[in-house]
Ligand binder design. Structure first.
Ligand code: FAD
Length: 293
């Protein structure tokens, strides 16, 4: 219930105005969103972590905004070291305006990224964009075989999706939105995650295991051994600000750990999804608002 309510708040323009203009929100934002992206990337790299950087923004409503998002990514690419990844939301590139437009914009980013030794991963968003996401991904893969895509385990067709994506870079996550027909019980989502993980680990692509869940992390490690994947054959991915000690521990064991680092002013919807994932964070957030008034 609380999660649903928070996800509704994440789409409310009125709540966005109130929350994002409050100076008291800053501490919570700083925990999850990089303020100086170059400095954060340099620090994570120094600590032996890989990065995927998300220029925050989604749901553009006109062509100029979509072009501005592409420019932001081209500028970002100039700041990233080889081996980095960028995470791209197709709705920020105009997917809801036209699939062709989003494909062209994403191809521009892929070309620029390749020139710098950086990979591109397409994030998965609301359920009504998933068909478009995979159509764009398939089109891009013909010229850019390294382009990755996200599969959300809460969708019942995620297993079939993983099978079809054999050979690709696939980030598997639980899913941060809501969708009709999606699994909602944590046990069902976890079971689906494991079924997908088995297919990805046994396949020929590059699995990217995006979770902070201790049990799923252990299962991923075991499957990697059983399937004969060495540390370079898959990676863990976690969000900036979430379980940083676990990120360091896994990297210390020699695993590839990539941190998803969002940056930019358009942080509202992202932050609300993070608060929805963990009621304890929400309590912390509300308490900080109340106690400083
Ligand atoms: P949970 O069951 O939510 O959490 C397990 C444990 O992790 C919790 O007990 C807690 O200890 C810790 N934890 C989890 N979340 C938080 C938090 N916010 N703050 C503090 N501790 C926390 N979703 C999409 O729909 N599309 C995407 O493209 C996408 N990309 C992602 C990329 C990465 C690298 C990651 C890590 C997640 C991504 N997600 C995406 C979000 C994902 O779907 C989940 O909503 C999110 O990761 C929480 O699920 P979990 O697997 O960590 O498990």
């Amino acid at each position: 219930m609380l999660r649903q309510a928070m996800l509704a708040v994440s789409k409310s323009r009125r709540a966005e105005r109130v929350i994002s203009t409050s100076p008291l929100t800053r501490d919570v934002v700083r925990r999850y969103v990089a303020d100086d992206i170059a400095a954060v990337v340099a620090e994570l790299t120094r600590r032996g972590l890989l990065v995927t950087v998300d220029h925050l923004g989604e749901e553009v409503t006109d062509h100029e905004q979509a072009e501005a998002a592409v420019s932001a990514y081209l500028t970002l690419l100039g700041l990233l070291p080889a081996g980095a990844d960028v995470s791209v939301k197709l709705t920020a590139l105009g997917l809801r305006l036209s699939q062709r437009l989003a494909t062209e914009h994403a191809a521009t980013i892929c070309r620029a990224a390749e020139g710098r030794g950086v990979t591109v991963t397409l994030d998965a968003e609301e359920h009504d964009t998933i068909r478009g996401l995979h159509a764009v991904h398939a089109a891009l893969r013909r010229e850019h075989p390294g382009v990755g895509v996200v599969v959300q385990a809460y969708l019942p067709d995620s297993l079939e999706r993983c099978e079809k994506l054999d050979g690709a870079r696939v980030r598997l996550c639980k899913g941060a939105y809501t969708a009709p027909g999606a699994y909602t019980a944590p046990a069902d989502i976890d079971r689906s995650f494991v079924r997908c993980l088995k297919v990805l680990m046994a396949g020929t692509g590059h699995p990217m295991v995006a979770t902070h869940d201790p049990r799923l992390l252990r299962i991923a490690a075991t499957l990697a051994v059983l399937d004969g994947r060495d540390a370079g054959g898959f990676e863990y991915q976690m969000l900036y600000g979430v379980r940083p000690e676990e990120q360091a521990r896994l990297a210390g064991l020699g695993a590839q750990v990539r941190v998803y680092v969002p940056y930019g002013d358009d942080w509202y919807a992202y932050l609300m999804r993070r608060l929805a994932e963990r009621p304890r964070n929400l309590t912390f957030f509300l308490r900080s608002l109340v106690s400083r008034h």
